[in-house]
Design a protein around this ligand. Structure first.
Ligand SMILES: *Cc1c(COP(=O)(O)O)cnc(C)c1O
Length: 464
């Protein structure tokens, strides 16, 4: 009566020689199967002690095989972005241009001239590959690239403002993506934050007072890229700050966050431009490589040579340096940006943001027709207007009018169908809105459509 219920658990060696697990060895390393079996038995032991029955050994073996196989698969998977959010932070932000992907493969496969000067046959600089391009594209005197923009801000403050007071408007003390907060980054860099003005209004005289009082030896402007203060507001433009910085001989630093190199690559949206920030008198400008620039994760720094040189020489430059794969992708992206008009086609982010409404409508019609056929008569599919977003904390108020294929009725619409699409072999992420499942075509790549239709056919297969 009081028999130990754990006795009914299969022994490890019995389990491992179950036919299902013997067969699994052809596909998965034995060590993974053993690990999965150990974890599963541990879990079942806990359940049994809590009163559950011991599952049949076939069920256990099947589950262990499934777990072992998923342990062998990479967790970082390609997904299909049908959300209409172009720079989706959780989905890896900017997809790369084909040329950038090829450059990454080439740099990854073999050796490269990363830090070797092929003309002079001596050690070269990894900055050289993008510096000339960045300067010619923006008019900057000097440039460098680091790991990401958070690193760029950190290096800029560490190299140029450690131990100095840095005046920042209270309206610009932003937090980006949870962990990057201007006051905290500043404290970590050794710069001393001098808040000036108020949340909604900061005037030139507020900055000037901090300089005259000896509290600020540098000025920092942070683009409030993920929110906007509206209403009764006043903000001091860069051009005014640069007069002030020049008059008092203090550096003017600017974290633009997300920008294009020139307005011509994104004519329809009010995107900040790096060239404009420099022309307005910023001494150093930094921004992300994988936001509106449509390149790899990187932080790009442009500005006066004396400041960029000081940043390159700083010990942290090595800590935050850009890796060769990102550098290869960045160089290829910049080469494409030399021709802003064709970059609107070749760079995925620019092409999605510049997509014409008529084209999106045609694509949504085609996808809806395919879905109607694949899902069958139990479902209702139509084309609806929808609004895409830039995402990535960039241009929060920009609305991108477009079209989506909307599955408005049918078995499991919307939650069940959303989950089925999300669990597809290539996961498909879409939006639920007013009880319908929306697939925004703006963020779909050419090859995604076929995969979506395969997922829809699989749904129809299981609902019969
Ligand atoms: C996005 C952003 C950052 C951080 O850039 P990462 O490339 O994510 O490191 C910093 N400052 C501003 C204003 C931003 O918009």
């Amino acid at each position: 009566m009081c028999e130990n219920p754990l006795r009914a658990l299969p022994k490890m060696d019995v389990l491992l020689s179950h036919p299902i697990l013997l067969a699994a060895r052809e596909r998965v390393p034995y060590a993974l199967i053993r690990q999965a079996a150990r974890n599963k038995l541990e879990e079942v032991r806990r359940d049994v002690l809590a009163g559950a029955a011991v599952p049949p050994v076939d069920t256990l073996a099947g589950e262990i095989s499934e777990i072992a196989q998923s342990m062998g698969r990479p967790g970082l998977k390609r997904v299909i972005n049908a959300t209409g959010v172009v720079l989706h932070t959780n989905l890896g932000r900017a997809p790369l241009a084909r040329q950038a992907v090829e450059a990454v493969c080439e740099a990854a496969e073999g050796y490269s001239s990363l830090e070797y000067d092929l003309d002079k046959a001596c050690r070269g600089s990894r900055h050289s590959h993008v510096e000339t391009l960045l300067c010619s594209l923006t008019g900057a005197e000097a440039a460098m690239a680091v790991n990401n923009n958070a690193a760029a801000v950190f290096l800029m403050l560490s190299a140029l403002a450690a131990g100095k007071g840095v005046a920042v408007s209270r309206g610009e003390l932003v937090e980006i993506g949870g962990a990057f907060r201007v006051p905290e980054i500043m404290a970590a860099s050794g710069a001393i934050l001098r808040e000036v003005g108020t949340t909604n209004k900061t005037r030139r005289s507020d900055y000037e007072r901090a300089i005259l009082a000896g509290e600020a030896q540098a000025l920092l402007k942070v683009h409030t890229s993920n929110y906007q203060i509206v209403g009764f507001t006043e903000d001091t433009p860069l051009s005014q700050l640069s007069e002030l910085a020049a008059a008092h001989d203090v550096p003017l630093l600017c974290d633009v966050g997300s920008c294009v190199l020139s307005p011509a690559s994104l004519p329809n949206l009010p995107a900040p431009s790096a060239a404009a920030a420099l022309a307005d008198g910023a001494d150093v400008v930094c921004f992300s490589g994988d936001k509106l620039l449509s390149g790899p994760q990187a932080g790009i720094v442009l500005g006066k040579k004396q400041y960029i040189d000081a940043m390159k020489r700083h010990p942290l430059a090595r800590v935050v340096r850009i890796d060769k794969l990102s550098l290869a992708a960045l160089e290829a992206t910049l080469l494409l940006l030399r021709d802003p008009e064709s970059a609107r086609e070749t760079l995925p982010v620019l092409s999605m943001l510049n997509a014409r409404s008529e084209d999106l409508h045609t694509r949504a019609e085609r996808l809806a027709a395919g879905l109607r056929e694949a899902l069958g008569d139990d479902y209702t599919v139509s084309v609806l207007p929808c609004t895409g977003q830039v995402g990535g904390g960039s241009l929060p108020n920009a609305e991108l009018p477009g079209f989506c294929a909307a599955i408005t009725a049918g078995p499991g619409v919307p939650e069940g169908l959303e989950a089925a699409f999300r669990r597809h072999k290539v996961p498909i992420l879409c939006r639920i809105h007013h009880g319908a499942l929306l697939l925004d075509v703006r963020t779909l790549r050419a090859e995604d459509e076929g995969e979506i239709l395969r997922a829809a056919e699989a749904v129809r297969g299981t609902s019969r």
